[in-house]
Each structure stands twice: as structure tokens, then as C-alpha cells.
Ligand binder design. Structure first.
Ligand code: ITT
Length: 209
């Protein structure tokens, strides 16, 4: 019979290795900063072949699951994937799951931001309400084990402000603040963001214990 001590050791060492299945280096940086020392976070560069995943899902959870499960077939251990995006109310939730490719398949963040500002021309004040959403899927050995979600409400400003963060950060002012995620210190974003909320739930997942 395995001693309790051994089992605890096994569990602890496994829990500390977490592969993030993403091609977005900004996400990995934020996930590392948010999780701190509680997990050892790897990115896809540790795999000889990165999984090719088509994001065919209609929801953040479906796409996060596709990405996590695909990588978990190539890595022995815990794998997470983040699918996230911006929902703008007056645009009926767009760009949503298409946030990364809002202005087309090879769109840059600048292209996406410019299109969003064009689509909001003439929309004022509270009508510019939006939220960032994130779903983190957890998988192991080809199976999805859980999904954790987070959302942060805010407003879209009229022009880019700040150079921090990535994606739509220079256009998004979280509720209760007077600056965009591009202007606020990274520590502030990483405390209140959609990603931070989802990762807090991951950290508390009862399957770890
Ligand atoms: P992976 O699929 O490889 O993880 P991706 O960037 O394509 O990378 P998504 O499909 O989840 O990821 O698209 C997320 C997009 O949503 C991202 O490219 C940004 O445009 C936007 N986004 C998500 N989280 C954001 C954040 O914290 N700040 C700003 N923009 C964000």
C-alpha cells in the first residue's frame, strides 16, 4: 500500500506542473503572474510539435476545451487553455469568440481596435458598455475535467489610451476605474481581470485536494 506521505508528494509535484495551451505569449505572461508560485507554468514551446487547433466552437468554453484537450494528448500532466474575448453590448456581444480575428484572419490588435472604434462611432457614454470574458478549461490525458469562467465589466473609450497589456486593453476602462487596462499597472489588471477571476476558481478547484 502506498503511504499517505507518498501520495501527498505525488499529488503536490503533479499539481505544480501546468501546461498552458496558447499561442498568445501575453496570456502566458498574465497567467504566470496571477498564479505566482502555486503552479509551475509551461508554454507550448516545451512540446516538440504544437497542436494545431481550429477554434470551431460557438462559445468560449467550447474553444477553451478544444485547445486544452488537444494539448493534453501531447503532454503528461495538467493542461489549461484560455479562450477569451470582448463583448460589446450595443454590438450584440460582438466581437465575442471572434475577438482575435474581428478584422480578419490575419488581423493585428491594432486592426481589431481600429475596427471596433469605427463600429462604435456615434455611440456615447454608457451605451459603450462591454465586458471581457474568459473561460479556462482544464484537461488531462485527452479529457476535459473542468471549466472556470470570469468576467469584468467596463466601458469602451473613444481612442487608444496606454501601452500596457494586449488586445483591446487600451480601449477598455473597467468599472470603478478612470483609466484603461492599457494605462493601469499590470498588477491592477491581474487582480480584477476576467482571467484573474477564472484562475482564482482554478486554484480553488476541489480536484487538486
Ligand atoms: P490562443 O487561442 O492561442 O490562446 P488567441 O489570442 O487567439 O490565443 P483567443 O482565441 O482566446 O486567443 O482570443 C482572445 C482575444 O480576445 C485576444 O486576441 C484579444 O484580442 C482579446 N482578449 C482576450 N483577453 C484579453 C485581455 O485580457 N486584454 C485584451 N484583450 C483580450
Amino acid at each position: 500500500m502506498k503511504g499517505v506521505g507518498n501520495m501527498a508528494e505525488t499529488r503536490a509535484s503533479e499539481n505544480h506542473r501546468l501546461l498552458v495551451s496558447t499561442r498568445n505569449a501575453h496570456k502566458v505572461g498574465e497567467i504566470r503572474a496571477i498564479l505566482g508560485d502555486s503552479f509551475e507554468v509551461f508554454d507550448l514551446s516545451i512540446l516538440p510539435h504544437r497542436p494545431e487547433v481550429e477554434e470551431t466552437g460557438m462559445t468560449f468554453e467550447e474553444n477553451a476545451t478544444l485547445k486544452a484537450v488537444a494539448a493534453s494528448l501531447l503532454f503528461e500532466g495538467w493542461v489549461i487553455a484560455d479562450d477569451s474575448g470582448l463583448e460589446v453590448d450595443v454590438l450584440e456581444g460582438s466581437p465575442g469568440v471572434y475577438s482575435a480575428r474581428y478584422a480578419g484572419g490575419s488581423a493585428t490588435d491594432a486592426d481589431n481596435n481600429a475596427l471596433l472604434l469605427r463600429n462604435l462611432a456615434g455611440v456615447r457614454g454608457k451605451e459603450r458598455s462591454a465586458r471581457f470574458r474568459c473561460v479556462i478549461a482544464l484537461a488531462r490525458a485527452g479529457r476535459k475535467l473542468a471549466a472556470f469562467s470570469g468576467a469584468v465589466e467596463g466601458l469602451i473609450v473613444n481612442e487608444h489610451k496606454g501601452t500596457g497589456g494586449f488586445g483591446y486593453d487600451p480601449l477598455f476602462v473597467p468599472d470603478g476605474y478612470g483609466e484603461t487596462f492599457g494605462q493601469l499597472p499590470a498588477e491592477v489588471k491581474n487582480r480584477l481581470s476576467h482571467r484573474a477571476q477564472a484562475l482564482e476558481k482554478l486554484r480553488e478547484w476541489r480536484g487538486w485536494w
